[in-house]
Design a protein around this ligand. Structure first.
Ligand code: FDP
Length: 340
């Protein structure tokens, strides 16, 4: 009998146990983050269960509303947003919430205020809901200095100020990937226990990958460096192999694969969308934070993504993120263009 393997199977590291262990390294900590995270986890479990039941419960279909980006909102988006807002407010640890689904930020009522600002996309990749492709929740957490008088500025901080970020992917399994600023860990929901168990400890992205991920249907409107980069992926220099293309069209799923297998995910600017498509606060920042924590990089075409200072809560930015060496290549192409 393999006692070491058996011990691993029976000594389960749940996400709560993991965060409590981390908390014990900071004796001054009051456990606020642990409480906040348990509410985020509750939201993820609820959305996971709803996504699994969506067909059965006839939840799929338009809710008859349009969100701030002018996209059709589906019932699952509405439901997920409601669940996360209520879970975060009731945690008593938040003062400002920014959701992809809400035009304005939510300022928590004074009696329930705490010191965290949470930015999130409750159900990202929603165009994939109806065909059962993986979708996810993305979140980022900031600490607010004076939470008794919260202002919008405190939600408009650069991504490098985040204290935690993560996503939960609702796919063939439900996986929550989290960083609290000291590496990246992945937890998989064991449905029989209702617990997220540490299954991917200390995730490191390969230094260079063999996959690129982009919506090539936009190629005619790309700028020079993006077009050149993708050309190089397909027709590399003599002696190197071409990269494979994988594009799901669900950011959480595309980033998850990139994190585990290596490579690069691109959502560049194009002539029709000069700022790209993805939202800075709750898509670009959390994913860039995770990439850097896993040893990769995230770049906007101009600067390190986490250095961006957003001016509006729903601002967009181009993004190139993934393996360190792959992002270096696109950085070099933009640097060369800036010189000319
Ligand atoms: P969706 O529109 O389905 O919600 O930001 C949303 C997002 O999906 C990302 O999850 C995804 O990476 C991207 O948009 C896909 O955009 P394209 O359809 O333009 O490729």
């Amino acid at each position: 009998m393999d006692h070491a393997a058996d011990a691993l199977r029976t000594d389960l590291m749940t996400i709560t146990r993991y965060v409590l262990n981390e908390q014990s390294k900071h004796p001054e900590s009051r456990g606020d983050f642990t409480i906040l995270l348990s509410h985020i986890v509750l939201g993820c479990k609820f959305v996971c269960s709803s996504v699994n039941k969506a067909g059965l419960a006839k939840l799929i279909g338009l809710a008859g509303e349009t969100n701030v980006q002018g996209e059709e909102q589906k019932k699952l988006d509405v439901l997920s947003n409601d669940v996360f807002v209520k879970a975060l407010v009731s945690s008593g640890r938040t003062c400002i919430l920014v959701s992809e689904e809400d035009e304005e930020a939510t300022f928590v009522e004074p009696a329930l205020r705490g010191r965290y600002c949470v930015v999130f996309d409750p159900l990202d990749g929603s165009s994939n809901i109806d065909c059962g492709v993986s979708i996810g929740t993305i979140f980022g957490v900031y600490m607010v200095k004076d939470f008794t008088e919260p202002t919008l500025d405190q939600a408009l901080q650069p991504g490098k100020n985040m204290v935690a970020a993560g996503y939960c992917m609702y796919g063939s399994s439900c996986t929550l990937v989290l960083s609290t600023g000291s590496g990246v860990n992945g937890f998989t929901l064991d449905p029989s226990l209702g617990e997220f168990i540490l299954t991917h400890p200390d995730i490191k992205i390969p230094k260079k990958g063999k996959i690129y991920s982009v919506n090539e249907g936009n190629a005619k409107n790309w700028d020079g460096p993006t077009a050149k980069y993708v050309e190089n992926c397909k027709f590399p220099k003599e002696g190197s192999s071409p990269k494979s293309l994988r594009y799901i069209g669900s950011m959480v799923a595309d980033v998850h694969r990139t994190l585990l297998y290596g490579g690069i995910f691109l959502y560049p600017a194009d002539k029709k969308s000069p700022s790209g498509k993805l939202r800075v606060l709750y898509e670009v920042f959390p994913m860039s934070f995770l990439m850097e924590q896993a040893g990769g990089q995230a770049f906007t075409g101009k600067e390190r993504a986490l250095d961006l200072l957003p001016k509006k809560i729903h601002e967009r930015s181009p993004i190139f993120l993934g393996s360190y060496d792959d992002v270096e290549e696109i950085k070099a192409l933009y640097a060369a263009e800036a010189k000319n």
